[in-house]
Design a protein around this ligand. Structure first.
Ligand code: ACO
Length: 314
């Protein structure tokens, strides 16, 4: 049933007006935004784990500082995004509870292990590269708080991508063993990075409606193609080989054609059966439990300050 409100809402979207928290919006718009923003927030928080794993083993002080800053940025992104979701009427506690109960999704990519230091380079280059490709258009998302949060997130992601590529460059130009590590990391992270963009367009349940609402500006397949086109020359510059025998440049279209993605691997991860799904949730639960005293202390401190403020005002 299409109401006058729905029609007016779509007109505002078509006119590129931003929708703000107190504006009328269809329930479906609110629901899909809560879903997407929450999944995005969880991805940032869970995404701290694979890289956090290497902070103590970074090979130099400079690398350690960059990695620490990057992982900390991701924590910050998660917090902005939970706040953006809260403007839609859900609480952060509710969202965290869903994550810890294993009911919420987060990006498939964070269920793979980081086996060597080169994985830190591959994640920065490929995973953050894919994230930028997907997230820059979200800066123009129709929902104001999400769009605005994405501006800073994308600037920081861009730094992450560069530190990853620079790390890969150092390895690729290093010893034969370092170059081999870089190639091995590319072999393991390439296909999962392509899966980050989500199911192909004909399988993507939410794409059509979300594009009409201008939450998404480009389809999953369009963004995946852009990522491949941008990344293949970067791999060539590194002197590394993309692990896809079917990859070739179509001179007519100017785009790279690539081999079939193994969607059964993707679907297994979404069901919770990826290599690290259990470990990741376990780590988040442990952090939540062990951080309880910090939350309690911060709440008590805030209450004391508020009381003191009241006394002073009174
Ligand atoms: N990992 C886990 N789940 C995924 C992934 C993925 N890579 N891609 C799609 N899905 C899920 C969707 O969330 C959806 O699940 P749901 O219906 O249970 O909620 C289902 O698969 C079907 O997918 P789509 O219909 O294509 O879903 P949607 O239109 O939301 O598009 C996309 C998926 C592209 C990930 C979109 O939600 C998006 O742009 N999100 C914001 C970016 C983001 O979350 N990035 C996280 C990784 S980047 C980072 O954190 C560094």
């Amino acid at each position: 049933l299409v109401t006058d409100n729905d029609i007016r809402f779509q007109e505002r979207i078509d006119a590129e007006e931003k929708i703000e928290p107190r504006d009328w919006m269809p329930d479906g718009y609110r629901r899909t935004l809560v879903r997407q923003i929450a999944q995005h927030a969880h991805s940032e928080i869970v995404g701290m784990l694979p890289e956090g794993n290497w902070i103590t083993r970074a090979p130099s002080l400079r690398r350690k500082v960059a990695l620490l800053a990057k992982v900390q940025d991701e924590g910050g992104h998660g917090l902005y995004l939970y706040s953006a979701a809260e403007t839609l009427g859900v609480s952060r506690d509710e969202l965290v509870e869903q994550l810890l109960a294993g009911k919420a999704k987060y990006s498939s990519i964070f269920n793979y292990p980081t086996l060597t230091w080169a994985d830190i380079g591959a994640i920065g280059w490929l995973v953050d590269g894919a994230a930028i490709m997907n997230q820059v258009p979200l800066c123009r998302c129709s929902y104001g708080p999400y769009a605005r949060a994405m501006i800073r997130v994308c600037r920081e992601e861009s730094f992450h991508q560069r530190q990853g590529y620079e790390l890969m460059l150092a390895l690729a130009n290093g010893t034969a063993e370092q170059k081999r590590m870089a190639q091995d990391a590319l072999n393991r992270w390439w296909w999962p990075s392509l899966m980050m963009f989500g199911p192909s367009d004909d399988q993507s349940a939410h794409s059509a409606q979300n594009m009409a609402w201008k939450i998404k500006r480009f389809s999953n397949d369009e963004l995946r193609q852009r990522f491949v086109d941008a990344t293949v020359p970067q791999a060539e510059f590194l002197g590394l080989t993309i692990p896809d025998p079917d990859l070739r440049l179509n001179a007519e279209t100017g785009h790279y054609e690539f081999g079939a993605i193994d969607w059964s691997e993707f679907n297994e991860i979404l069901k919770g059966n990826g290599p690290c799904n259990r470990e990741r949730l376990e780590a988040r639960r442990k952090a939540w439990d062990e951080g309880a005293w910090v939350r309690e202390a911060a709440t008590a401190h805030a209450a004391k300050r508020a009381q003191r403020h009241l006394k002073n005002v009174g």
